[in-house]
Design a protein around this ligand. Structure first.
Ligand SMILES: Nc1nc2c(ncn2[C@@H]2O[C@H](COP(=O)(O)OP(=O)(O)OP(=O)(O)O)[C@@H](O)[C@H]2O)c(=O)[nH]1
Length: 344
């Protein structure tokens, strides 16, 4: 799963642009809380010093993001914010009356969210455990200085349960997402031809079953293209050159066809294409253009590459399976007629 989702343990799908937006958000957040605390006269000296330090540090990280790798900056940003949130909460408790948790506690959960946002799941698990332990030990230390041991244990356990639930939920959400991405990637891979990166037969069948159920009123044409004398190309120039012909042909099809047409490698040297069309003449023109542009293809020293094409239209049949039979017969006839031609 790892190789599909990320190239190494630290890689996360967070772009630099996104990272910069998050840094800006954090700076704005700090500035707002600073202003609120200041105007409501609840600011403590620790925060009065820490807020500007955090804002400036984040500003530096923002600027460095144009120069330094994201991985380093994510760690730096995380340690600044997590370090501030934990120490601020501990200092707030130093100033509070007994048996009370400060409002600074509510921000601590952000440390776990940030870990899963910035880092891979494995790294986030490690960081959340470290942050959890530091948070609990720090708060135990400060609370136990003013409260009895029983009271301190009560408050710490209360906090620990909430934090553990946060951590488990975050881990669960990320695991479910990763699994969904993995399944999706696998599903896409089994529907792709590895050589040409076109849909393979399985992917093509899935796609056309889906669209033929949805769009019964849409007119479409099926083209099957088959490279002429491909065995001879393989035998004369080698299998690798044969592969290059197939890749070249798939690129041609991509270039000539529109985005919503469906292209697939149907078999060895056979390609199937579904074209949504306005007129029969338009499809035949396109087939002709395809045939001619394949004729122009230059691969290795091959004198000429040609294709035979069978064409059929949705209005000729009542079901898509019949269309495949019809086009197959026409392709066979094109081969019999001497190849490098189109039969519709
Ligand atoms: N290089 C390469 N060859 C392949 C691949 N898949 C199938 N082939 C070859 O394609 C050739 C198809 O040969 P045939 O079915 O006899 O068809 P043909 O030689 O093109 O003859 P006509 O279709 O009658 O013009 C076989 O030699 C297969 O080994 C592939 O992925 N790469």
């Amino acid at each position: 799963m790892q190789t599909l989702l990320s190239s190494n343990d630290n890689t996360v799908l967070l772009s630099k642009k996104m990272f910069r937006s998050l840094v800006l958000l954090a700076m704005v957040g700090f500035a707002m809380i600073w202003a609120i605390d200041f105007y409501s006269a609840i600011i403590i000296r620790f925060d009065a010093v820490s807020y500007p330090i955090c804002i400036v540090s984040l500003g530096v990280i923002f600027l460095l993001s144009y120069k330094i790798s994201l991985n380093v900056l994510q760690h730096l940003g995380y340690f600044i914010i997590a370090g501030y949130l934990i120490s601020s909460s501990i200092v707030h408790h130093e100033l509070l009356p007994h048996q009370e948790l400060s409002s600074a506690v509510q921000w601590l959960a952000l440390n776990y969210v940030m870990a899963y946002l910035f880092f891979s799941r494995q790294r986030a698990v490690l960081l959340t455990i470290i942050v959890f332990v530091i948070t609990m030990v720090g708060h135990f230390w400060v609370l136990s200085r003013y409260d009895s041991l029983d009271e301190t244990f009560g408050m710490i356990l209360n906090m620990a349960v909430a934090h553990i639930i946060y951590i488990i939920l975050l881990w669960g959400i990320v695991s479910i997402r990763e699994k969904a991405v993995y399944t999706n990637t696998l599903e896409q891979q089994v529907q792709l031809d590895p050589l040409t990166q076109l849909l393979n037969r399985r992917g093509f069948e899935k796609k056309i079953t889906h669209f033929s159920q949805l769009k019964q009123s849409v007119s479409y044409a099926l083209l099957i293209l088959d490279v002429d004398h491909f065995k001879q190309i393989n035998d004369t120039y080698g299998h690798l050159v044969g592969d290059q012909v197939l890749i070249g042909l798939s690129q041609k099809l991509r270039e000539e066809l529109r985005h919503n047409d469906i292209i697939a490698r149907w078999g060895g040297e056979e390609f199937a294409v579904i074209i949504f069309y306005h007129s029969v003449g338009q499809v035949l023109k396109l087939a002709q253009r395809l045939r001619l542009s394949v004729e122009q293809m230059q691969i290795d020293n091959i004198a000429q590459i040609t294709v035979s094409i069978g064409v059929g239209f949705s209005h000729e049949v009542s079901h898509i399976e019949q269309l495949f039979e019809l086009v197959d017969t026409r392709l066979y006839n094109a081969k019999k007629a001497g190849r490098n031609c189109i039969i519709s």
